[in-house]
Design a binder for this molecule. Structure first.
Ligand code: FAD
Length: 424
């Protein structure tokens, strides 16, 4: 039985409630995509635009997973870039620089081309949570400028922070005018509608139970089967095939968001007059932005052990009030959570398990941009253009050969260390 979208601000304001049929009977396509989040829908749309016949098979609803629940922050670059620079060499590092905003560009082009209404706004800030973090942020901006990729970056000096955000808690930061924020469920549903309009067959309520590669790739659900030349395991899909072959690569981690009642215009003018999306510089970070109807969407408090807080409002609101005491009396209208897939290197895992079975996953909380980039990289690879795919495929990921729950406990301990470090 398919699960509905979780109760969230996004589900309450979704502007496209199209449902797609359950997979019944046998179908034959060029590419079968498992998973209807950004990774899957974006792969399908890119491939269909290039003339492939494509089917997407989703266990629940389009955008049911992280893609329909996230903070909506469209952040430049892949996570963990610094961790793998040494592995990639100068050409690889240059390529990463060239694709830093590729996901943004794909999203922006699609919003215009298919008329997707998802409240997109540009302007994103990393705020220094500690005075000592500011030097790291300056170095990052300097490095980007030296690479010739500094367009749209601005340092916010500690003395100027109050003119950007209505809080005394941060110690400066930088703004990236090319990054921004959007309503992720409306983007995902809009992209699905666009994909369906050019022939992609989308099936919901159709959990994939079996995946077969080899000479005759196909997937099987309770009531149907799809034969394809290639299969894409798109995102945090969950089935024995993937669990077996990718065991120990990604670890699901809880992240949570609250949405206040709408703020007044005066409150917005004081708190976030430039309508920026903001993430702080801690490893276990807070992130926030305003919705299209001026609510404060405030997220954070990752839970690496996977035990969800019983009362999300009670877990998150005190931190929101610590940053913005002005919002102390605001009602919390929505609170929800989802799973972020963490890879130990922090770099997304893009590769293949067999010549015709591809996977893309593990965006570590940077998936809005990167899913779109990764989807294009996999679509390129299916078409025979391998340069970017090979760059990611050759990254040596750390795999923990332990059951997921053990890995999550280890991750929780590691993150506790970083949380203490953040606090010092
Ligand atoms: C609370 C939260 C906040 C976040 N904030 C941000 C942010 O601000 N900015 C950012 O860039 N990223 C953020 N992220 C991360 C981002 O949302 C993800 O990286 C991205 O959405 C991953 O997309 P996906 O398509 O790979 O996975 P998902 O969206 O999870 O999609 C996977 C889909 O596969 C389906 N599926 C699973 N198993 C099967 C099966 N057997 N058969 C068929 N279908 C199956 C699921 O139902 C699901 O719909 C956040 C994530 C969370 C949870």
């Amino acid at each position: 039985m398919a699960l509905a979208h979780v109760r969230s601000y996004y589900a309450a304001t979704v502007n496209d409630s199209t449902t797609y049929p359950r997979l019944e009977g046998n179908h034959v396509v060029d590419v079968c995509v498992v998973g209807g989040g950004f990774s899957g829908i974006s792969s399908a749309l890119t491939l269909a635009e290039r003339g492939y016949s494509v089917a997407v098979v989703e266990a629940n609803r389009v955008g049911w997973g992280a893609s329909g629940r996230n903070g909506g922050q469209m952040i430049a670059g892949i996570s963990g870039e610094h961790n793998v620079k040494a592995q990639l060499g100068a050409d690889g590092v240059r390529l990463l620089r060239d694709i830093r905003y590729r996901g943004h560009d794909i999203i922006t082009e699609r919003i215009a081309k298919y008329g997707i209404d998802c409240d997109v706004r540009y302007g994103w800030m990393e705020a220094a949570a500690r005075p000592r973090h500011m030097q790291g942020l300056r170095d990052y901006v300097d490095e980007r400028i030296a690479e010739g990729d500094g367009e749209g970056l601005e340092i916010v000096e500690p003395s100027a922070i109050r003119s950007v955000l209505g809080t005394d808690l941060y110690h400066g930061g930088f703004i990236d005018r090319r990054s921004g924020h959007l309503h992720p469920l409306n983007l995902c549903m809009g992209e699905a509608r666009a994909a369906a309009s050019i022939g992609v067959k989308i099936f919901e309520d159709s959990e994939v139970l079996e995946i077969h590669g080899g000479a005759k790739p196909h997937v099987i659900t309770a009531r149907g089967r799809i034969d394809a030349k290639s299969i894409i395991l798109a995102g945090s899909t969950d089935h024995a095939f993937q669990r077996g072959r990718l065991n120990g690569l990604t670890f699901p981690t809880g992240s949570y968001i609250i949405a206040t009642e709408p703020l007044t215009e005066a409150e917005v003018a004081e708190i976030n007059p430039q309508n920026l999306a903001v993430a702080d510089s801690n490893i276990v970070l807070d992130y926030f932005r305003l919705s299209g109807d001026r609510r404060m969407l405030f997220g954070g408090r990752c839970n690496y052990s996977n035990r969800d807080p019983k009362d999300l409002g009670a877990a998150l609101q005190p931190r929101l009030v610590e940053i913005f005491p002005q919002l102390k009396s605001k009602n919390i209208d929505f609170a929800w959570g989802g799973r972020i897939d963490i890879v130990l290197t922090r770099v997304p895992a893009i590769g293949r398990l067999e010549p015709n079975v591809y996977y893309l996953q593990g965006y570590c909380g940077h998936g809005v941009n990167t899913t779109h980039l990764a989807a294009e990289i996999v679509a390129d690879a299916i078409g025979g253009t391998m340069e970017k795919f090979d760059l990611f495929d050759k990254i040596r990921h750390i795999r923990l050969p332990v059951p997921r729950w053990v890995g999550n406990q280890m991750l929780a301990l590691g993150m506790l260390y970083y949380r203490l470090k953040d606090l010092l």
